[in-house]
Design a protein around this ligand. Sequence first.
Ligand code: ADP
Ligand code: MG
Length: 329
Amino acid sequence: MTGPRETLVGITDVVKHFAGGGNVLKREKRKVHAVNGVTLAIRQGESFCLVGESGCGKSTLARTVIGLNAPTAGTITYRGQRIDDLTPKAMAPYRRRMQMVFQNPYASLNPRMTVQTILEEPIRFHFPRLSRAEVKAKVEEVMLSVGNDPHWGSRYPHEFSGGQRQRISIARALMVDPEFVVADEPISALDVSIQAQVLNVMMDARDQRDLTYLFITHDLSVVEHFGSRVGVMYLGTVCELAETKALFANPRHPYTQILLAAIPRLDASGFRHTRLAGEVPTAMDLPSGCVFHPRCPHANARCKAEIPALKDQPDGTAIACHGIEEGRI
Ligand SMILES: Nc1ncnc2c1ncn2[C@@H]1O[C@H](COP(=O)(O)OP(=O)(O)O)[C@@H](O)[C@H]1O
Ligand SMILES: [Mg+2]
C-alpha cells in the first residue's frame, strides 16, 4: 500500500443502546449498552479487523455501519457523505456499495430460493437495465471467482456444505460490485478444515476487486492472517487501534495483552495460556470509568472514575488507557 489512503467509512462517536435487556421473568427492563462511543476511520483498500470477545458489540457496530441499525447517537459517513440519517431511497446506492456477509450461511440464504435466484435478486434490484444474458454471465463469472461451480444455479442452499454455502453468500455480496464488504465472523460457523479456504476466497476477492473490508472476528489468528489494521473492542468501546504487525509485536493496552496471551502458541516456553480474572461484566451493568477496570491488573481510582479517551500514540497506534497515558504501564 502506498502512503495513507483516504477514509472510506467514518464512524464518529457511535453509540447504540437497546431497550429490552434484563430478566423477563423478573420483569426487569434494562438498557443494553451495546456500543458506547466508537470512533474509527476505515480507509480505502484496507482490511480492517475488529476483534473482541462475544457480546462486546462487534455485530451491533457492523449493523449500524451498514444501516441495518440506526445509531442511538453519533454518525456514519461514506466517502464523506453522512449516511446514518438517509431515507431508504437515498440509502439505496449505498446499499449496493456496502455489502455484508453474515456468520451463519445456513440462516442467511433463503432456503426456498434456488442459488440462481439468490444471486440474481440483488443484481436485478440494483441494475434493472441489465439483460437476462448479462445477468447470467455475471452469475457465472462471480461463481467461478469464488471457486463455485457456475452450474449450481438450479439447486437449493440445503444441498450444499457449509463452506460451499458461505462461498455462495460471498458470491451474492460480490454480484453488485461492492466497494466495501462487512464480514461478520464469516468463517467461525464453518468446519475448521475449510475455514482457511473460505478466508482465501475473501482475500482473492479483495485483491481482484480492490475491496475494503470490515472483518469481524473473535479469533486473533485470523486477524494476523487477514488484517492490515486492527481495532480491539471491549464492552462496546475500542481500547486499542493499531497496524496488525504492530499489535502482534507490541500489544499495549492491558486487555490486548491478555487477549494475545490467550492465543495458544507453541513457542520456546511451550503453550502459554492466560485467562482473564474477575467477574465478566455485561453490557447491562457497564462498569464506571474505564470499562476494563474490574479485570485490569493496573487499575487505580482514576480508572474507576474516568472514561479514558482513545489517544493517538507517537508510533501510530491509538490507545484508551489512563495507565499508559500516565506512563505507569
Ligand atoms: N437487538 C438487540 N436487542 C437487545 N440487545 C441486543 C440486541 N443485539 C445485541 N444485543 C446485546 O448487545 C450486546 C452486544 O451484542 P453483539 O453486538 O451481538 O456482540 P458481538 O457481536 O461482539 O458478540 C450483547 O449484550 C447483546 O446481548
Ligand atoms: Mg457477533
